[in-house]
Design a protein around this ligand. Structure first.
Ligand code: F0G
Length: 458
């Protein structure tokens, strides 16, 4: 009999978690105004609100932290991190930042100005925010297939090259760069193929543009290329990673995902002019160039994390766990963005809570119901997150309405996945009886989902 595949690590330190009663959760939900961002973490049993900064570091990473050089300038830890990044990507110039959005802020301060257009595949909210706050436009050129959650395609995160070329033709001189997000978080943690990255590169060259990769989950993207794209099965993750970055000019990185650290990020590029430009903004916003918002010890842990998480076994354990949860949901017939993505399952709330009108936010309602059922915290990636149209101030109901269950790296076991799956099944089984959703009674103008106050719709 063939041996099953188990985790590529064993557990050395544990953190107790506690269950709660339905009555407690009902009370906490009220106090949190039905917004799970307002819950205290002790009120959560299994926390799938994000995979960002929530991973478990390895013993090698913890050991590396003891070697942190906290010198203000020229710290050894910076050079160790820089060498690791250059080794993986080929990018010579590295600027550390305190997290991913800070990397965006520093780089875009140099590159993006009012009236610009930045085409890409489903820009992440902070990426879009840093473009729009500069009075520029984030132009989404994701393939249309990403909008059909039931379509089973290997690379649903891809850029639609036709849309991209049309944008380059029409707005050529207003485009400072093209940005490709790997994996495509907003479309469901869906990967981008090497073929597609090659296509983007060819168009960039044709129109004289540079390509930035939003690389938060680049290693998971490399895993999918290895396991799904013809010609890559025999290559190592590190070889594929290098081929990915050979097709780009620069990267912004939230190291809290595939770097498996709790906080950190960076910019890396092969171009001295971009480095010189971005440098000017790193110092006032983030800090001096050899720490840019990170401790020396954190740069050490990140260097090790990047090395470890570009090894196949670590990624295989991780992606298989997400796929395990997906298989359990398949057993129960629960619809999600197919196929399962790299870091999360995105449940299609509009196909589950069919009686809840969109004005009452089905995905947020499902998020609340799952918490009520078992103390599991996911998050809404849907109509509340989409914010209002800046001009008409109407809710934007044009996109998908999903409940994201993000799986932290190396944190939960498949028993936890079983609890999530069965809790969701219990909600799914009573979906016909859920006819009302939630109503907003207070909201911020921008990024409202973090602080929005809701009440049950009546
Ligand atoms: N880019 C992508 C694709 C992301 O998913 C994120 C963060 C960022 C950039 C910003 O990085 O948080 O370090 O400032 N995503 C988190 C999430 C918050 O839950 O998906 P950051």
């Amino acid at each position: 009999m063939e041996l099953p595949i188990a985790e590529s690590w064993k557990i050395k330190m544990v953190e107790p978690i506690r269950k709660s009663t339905r009555e407690e959760r009902e009370e906490w939900l009220k106090e949190a105004h039905y917004n799970v961002f307002q819950l205290k973490s002790e009120q959560v049993y299994i926390d799938c609100i994000t995979d960002s900064g929530t991973g478990s570091m390895s013993d090698r990473q913890w050991a590396a932290m003891m070697m942190g050089d906290e010198s203000y300038a020229g710290a050894r830890s910076f050079f160790r991190l820089k060498d690791t990044i250059t080794g993986l990507t080929g990018f010579e110039y590295v600027i550390p930042t305190h997290q991913g959005r800070a990397a965006e802020n520093v780089l875009f301060s140099h590159l993006v100005k009012a009236g610009d257009i930045v085409p890409g595949n489903s820009h992440f909210d902070t990426t879009k925010g840093h473009i729009e706050s500069r009075k520029a436009t984030a132009l989404d050129c994701t393939v249309d297939e990403a909008r059909d959650t039931q379509l089973e395609l290997p690379f649903k995160g891809n850029v639609d090259l036709g849309k991209l070329e049309a944008a380059l033709k029409e707005h050529g001189d207003r485009i400072p760069f093209i940005i490709v997000t790997i994996t495509n978080n907003t479309a469901g943690g869906q990967p981008v193929s090497m073929e597609n990255l090659r296509g983007v590169r060819a168009l960039a060259d044709k129109y004289g543009k540079r390509v930035v990769l939003d690389s938060a989950r680049f290693a998971e993207n490399a895993y999918f290329i290895k396991t799904r794209e013809a010609g890559y099965a025999d290559m190592t993750i590190k070889q594929i990673t290098r081929e990915i970055f050979d097709l780009a000019d620069a990267m912004t990185m939230s190291a809290k995902k595939d770097g498996i650290v709790n906080m950190g990020g960076f910019i890396a590029t092969r171009h001295e002019d971009w480095y010189e430009g971005a440098k000017r903004f790193c110092i006032p916003f983030e800090g001096y160039l050899t720490y840019g918002g990170m401790n020396g010890r954190d740069m050490e842990a990140l260097a090790v994390g990047l090395d470890e998480n570009t090894e196949f076994d670590n990624l295989d354990t991780r992606i298989r766990q997400v796929q395990y949860l997906a298989a359990r949901l398949d057993e129960f017939g629960i619809p999600y963005q197919r196929p399962a993505g790299g870091h999360a399952i995105f449940v299609d709330a509009s196909k589950v809570l069919t009686h809840v009108p969109k004005e009452e936010f089905p995905a947020q309602t499902l998020t609340v119901e799952l918490y009520r059922e078992a103390g599991i915290r996911g998050c809404e990636i849907g109509y509340i997150l989409a914010d209002r149209d800046p001009v008409t101030r109407e809710n934007r109901f044009g996109g998908l309405d999903l409940l994201r269950l993000a799986i932290p790296r190396r944190v939960y076991t498949n028993n936890h996945m079983d609890v999530i799956a069965v809790a969701l099944k219990n909600v799914f089984d009573r979906r016909e009886s859920i006819t009302r959703g939630v109503r907003i009674f207070w909201e911020a103008e921008l990024m409202r989902h973090f602080t929005v106050k809701l009440e049950p719709a009546k």
